[in-house]
Design a protein around this ligand. Structure first.
Ligand SMILES: Cc1ncc(COP(=O)(O)O)c(C=O)c1O
Length: 360
């Protein structure tokens, strides 16, 4: 039996998705229409936030949110190096200076200490990435005295001390890329905030810097969530909590079946309800173990093995980056094992057995 890395499928939602897409086509409105408006209000209310602004993808969401928070060219933005590259790219894209900080190699998230070590008087914002479905320690981060943007691309539906990831900072961004916990059928993203002014600016920036489509007051973006994606998201949002519960059950099954005897298990941040976008275990010989698992038909892979500050395009921002030992450890030891909304106990047993024979 082979076990895929991403054990989720939208098959059973196909009839509802196609019906809703047919409605959109019949309606004939494809951009910034009623579906986007309804999704924005449903997702904001799911998160307990005041505003949601649908945009074209999670990378644009970051750039737009940073600008809406007042980050300007030359300002420093502290962000983890151990993240998907887009987190750093968005800061550089708006002319800001990404300043790379370390992560806790057990949670894969930044801490107040790692962020503080990278802050200078020029720090204008911090990006807290809720990596792999874990949630960064937001209360401590907010005490640092600069705006905190949550990169929640991998953490739709996660919670920290009962509050929803995405409603814990000054603003948050989401990606609805198809592999994400809340997927759409292509690219999609959102900016979320409780701040009326930030929301107004983000809304303006997604439409070419204009509030009324007549006067253009900023150089903005053409970055809109489209009606078909919003319609799909409205079908799928009500499933999110159930899907995340299934992911947590799969994680519990890994524990019950003894995976912890062969690899180090994921560690939720204190108070976090992890949603296991990826099931990132740790092992001293992660890359070798991935090879053995793949040969046994088990989907597994390393992530961010070359962290953002060591990517060629970031070289000019990384000349003064100090050693980041947590980042190097996370990059060296992290390996993703199969996870998803449809991972059975039998599949988990298969993965655990493959880890047992590959990890000794
Ligand atoms: C942590 C993180 N930030 C940002 C992004 C960018 O999202 P998108 O691919 O929708 O542009 C991703 C997506 O993979 C991500 O995982």
């Amino acid at each position: 039996m082979s076990v895929p890395l991403f054990a989720s499928s939208l098959d059973r939602y196909l009839p509802r998705l196609t019906d809703r897409i047919a409605d959109v086509v019949q309606e004939g409105r494809y951009i910034l229409g009623p579906e986007v408006q309804a999704f924005e209000s449903e997702f904001a209310s799911y998160l307990g936030a005041r505003h949601c602004i649908g945009v074209a993808n999670g990378t644009d969401a970051l750039a737009i949110a940073l600008r809406a928070l007042g980050v300007e060219p030359g300002d420093e933005v502290v962000l983890p190096s151990y993240t998907f590259y887009a987190t750093a790219e968005a800061a550089a894209d708006i002319g800001a200076v990404p300043v790379f900080c370390d992560v806790d190699p057990h949670t894969f998230c930044v801490t107040a200490e790692t962020v503080r070590a990278a802050m200078t008087p020029r720090t204008k914002a911090v990006i807290a990435v809720h990596l792999f479905g874990n949630v960064a320690p937001m209360a401590e981060l907010r005490e640092l005295g600069v705006p905190v943007l949550e990169d929640s691309a991998q953490a739709a539906g996660a919670k920290l001390d009962g509050g929803m990831a995405g409603a814990l900072g000054d603003a948050a961004t989401f990606s609805f890329f198809p592999s994400k916990n809340l997927p759409c059928l292509g690219d999609g993203g959102a900016v979320v905030t409780n701040d009326d002014e930030v929301a107004k600016l983000a809304r303006r920036l997604r439409f070419h810097g204009s509030d009324d489509k007549q006067t253009f007051v900023e150089v903005g973006y053409n970055s809109r969530l489209d009606e078909i994606q919003a319609a799909a998201l409205r079908v799928l949002l009500p499933e999110l909590d159930g899907w995340n519960a299934a992911r947590r059950e799969a994680a519990a099954s890994y524990e019950r079946q003894g995976l912890g005897g062969h690899v180090s298990l994921p560690e939720p941040v204190d108070g976090a309800e992890h949603v296991f976008h990826l099931y990132m275990a740790r092992h001293e010989r992660a890359e070798e173990l991935v090879g053995t698992l793949n040969a046994a038909g088990v989907g597994a892979r390393t992530y961010y093995r070359v962290p953002a500050h060591r990517q060629p395009a970031m070289a000019r921002f990384a000349t003064e980056t100090p050693d980041l030992p947590g980042t190097e450890e996370a990059a060296r030891t992290g390996l993703a094992l199969p996870m998803g909304t449809q991972l059975t106990d039998e599949a988990v047993a298969e993965v655990v057995a493959a880890c047992a024979s590959g990890s000794t």
